[in-house]
Design a protein around this ligand. Structure first.
Ligand SMILES: Cc1cc2nc3c(=O)[nH]c(=O)nc-3n(C[C@H](O)[C@H](O)[C@H](O)COP(=O)(O)O)c2cc1C
Ligand code: SF4
Ligand code: FES
Length: 556
């Protein structure tokens, strides 16, 4: 259905009602169902587009790097221009956090934007000019853990076809301690074993390349640099679990990585590494790319499956989990891009090699994205056990503008913020959990002194409010209530009972939200209350913001 919807939108610029009616007849699906799906996703439109649709990212990193200033320049320049001409709005993280701030103009994405460059680009467009090419280019980099060093031979797959030692693969992954790199850290060997042992008419392997949480930029880098490791990992997972079909679910804004994957998949089909009778054996595995129709919630594994099935991306109640009841209710192994990549590297180079990549007692290697107030934001392949101080100062070049570090989020909004005093903490699953945060997907966002941490908590909570799918009340209503309360705190409106109410709301959301999104909404403000209580007290009691960010009436 999505293919046909995209085709209609390409032809008409939007989805006209008559075309949807014709589609409903053609595919014999109730029109109401098509509408329910289409209206859920940000990349489908039901009305004709304006001449210039400009959306500015104001999430975590772009908030730190001047997204609000870009938006305000655009607002001033196009004040009074009718919305059919210029429609100005917000957009959630565009996956360009290392080159923030980012914005989209008629769905093209521009990074390192300034107010003046954005205004002149839109003026040119209105004057009949063309939009420039997108400004982000991901340079292919060599990756130390790549066993092929840029010349992939798919040696692990070839060997596995000879030995058929599928249980050995599971044993190796278990021995390596490899955990899921998408955020939850579930042991990968165990996940593949569950799917192998599950019964079903068919089984599926799904790669989650949706990465849409502010600060998360590593999967894009991995796909651009070593697409073969992702693909080989998926084929191996297919052979080990008995799945014959793989789906690579990629976020809408990743045109370039998608093209890279398409090229490599084509090559694999030509070389008989994919398809029926892989390398002339009786085994088969097909792989296709599915482009997300948009929304952060699509990264949640069960919502992602709903999206592939053509429905609204609303998370399922769990259990059952996808390992036994996944795509089309069949056993499904869903893993993150980095997880498949590291699985291939481990199988090629061995468990001992993988463990030895870590330092200070931690095992393995990880890709992290570092963005925010640092001199050299980017993606880095680092030993587990590296301290956050080393990551910020050595990898990302330290704080820019001659400032000191104030706080850092180990993994975007869902990890909350930790204070500068905790930079000795190592990148280690257990250590970070014990410190009350999480390694997560490794989306490190750095805040320099002069930032208001209450403002940063509000920014994170607002992201979740915007991205809540709305299926369950605690998250849909609770996230809005929390945004209202924190906005009040930053504008001088707070009540005596607010802290008690916040606690009650937070525990209700944690206990009763269906999925991880609703459960982490309270995390950013809880972390700021824990580590920066004075800042909150100043706002609540003295109506004072030392950073000069709040009480100005200028916040969005
Ligand atoms: C709201 C939400 C968004 C998520 N987004 C992603 C994502 O973009 N990429 C990802 O790999 N995992 C994401 N996850 C985690 C997935 O649900 C799932 O745990 C993961 O894809 C499993 O792969 P792994 O075991 O290799 O980590 C998200 C979870 C939640 C609750
Ligand atoms: S917790 Fe939020 S995002 Fe998750 S299902 Fe409920 S409403 Fe949707
Ligand atoms: S692109 Fe704006 S926060 Fe990621």
């Amino acid at each position: 259905m999505y293919e046909q919807l995209h085709a209609i939108q390409r032809e008409f610029g939007y989805l006209p009602g008559e075309q949807l009616r014709l589609l409903a007849q053609r595919i014999q699906t109730p029109l109401s169902q098509i509408h329910a799906t289409v209206s859920f996703y940000p990349h489908f439109r039901l009305a004709p587009p304006p001449r210039a649709e400009v959306r500015v990212c104001g999430d975590m990193t772009c908030h730190l790097r001047g997204g609000a200033e870009v938006k305000s320049s655009l607002q001033q320049a196009f004040a009074g221009v009718p919305p059919e001409e210029v429609l100005l709005g917000d957009v959630s993280c565009l996956g360009r956090c290392d080159k923030a701030p980012a914005l989209s103009v008629n769905s093209r994405i521009y990074s390192r934007a300034s107010g003046s460059s954005a205004v002149s680009m839109v003026r040119d467009l209105l004057g009949g000019g063309q939009l420039p090419a997108e400004s982000y280019e991901q340079v292919r980099a060599s990756v130390a853990c790549d066993p092929y060093q840029g010349s992939p031979t798919y040696a692990v797959l070839r060997k596995l076809l000879d030995t058929r030692d599928f249980l050995g693969v599971i044993a190796m992954l278990k021995a390596s301690g490899l955990r899921g790199m998408g955020g939850a850290g579930f042991p990968t060997g165990m996940k593949w074993e569950i799917v192998r042992n599950a019964t079903g008419n068919a089984k599926y392997i799904v790669c989650n390349a949706d990465e849409s949480e502010p600060g998360t930029i590593k999967d894009r880098f991995i796909i651009q640099s070593v697409p073969w490791l992702v693909i080989e990992g998926m084929i191996i997972a297919g052979l080990v679990t008995g799945a014959k079909q793989g789906i690579l679910y990629i976020r809408y804004e990743y045109e370039e990585p998608k093209a890279t994957l398409e090229r490599e998949i084509r090559r694999c089909y030509q070389e008989k590494l994919l398809g029926a009778k892989i390398l002339d054996t009786e085994l088969s595995f097909d792989l296709e790319i599915f482009v997300s129709p948009g929304g952060y919630i699509c990264g949640e594994e069960s919502a992602l499956l709903e999206a592939i099935e053509g429905k609204r991306a609303e998370p399922r109640n769990k259990p059952p989990f996808p390992g036994t009841n996944g795509l089309w209710n069949q056993p499904t192994a869903i893993n993150n891009v980095e997880t498949f990549t590291l699985a291939t590297a481990i199988l090629a180079r061995g468990v001992d090699w993988y463990k030895a990549q870590g330092k200070n007692g931690s095992l393995g290697v990880k890709f992290v994205g570092i963005s925010g107030d640092v001199k050299n934001p980017g993606i880095f392949e680092v030993p587990m056990g590296t301290t956050y101080g080393e990551l910020i100062n050595e990898c990302a070049g330290g704080i820019d503008g001659g400032r000191e570090l104030l706080a850092f989020a180990p993994s975007g909004p869902s990890s909350g913020y930790l204070p500068a005093s905790m930079t000795n903490l190592p990148l280690d699953w257990n250590a970070v959990t014990a410190a009350g945060s999480m390694v997560g997907s490794g989306a490190i966002v750095v805040c320099a002194e002069g930032r208001c941490m209450l403002d940063m908590a509000l920014n994170a909570v607002r992201f979740y409010r915007n991205e809540s799918c709305g299926k369950c009340v605690p998250c849909r209503v609770g996230s809005q209530k929390m945004v209202e309360m924190l906005t009040g705190w930053t504008e001088g409106r707070s009540g005596e009972a607010d802290l008690g109410l916040l606690n009650a709301l937070s525990s209700a959301m944690k206990l009763t939200s269906i999925c991880g999104l609703g459960q982490v909404v309270p995390v950013p403000i809880a972390s700021v209350l824990k580590h920066f209580p004075d800042i909150v007290n100043e706002h609540l009691q003295q109506k004072y913001c030392a950073a000069g960010v709040c009480f100005t009436g200028a916040r969005r």
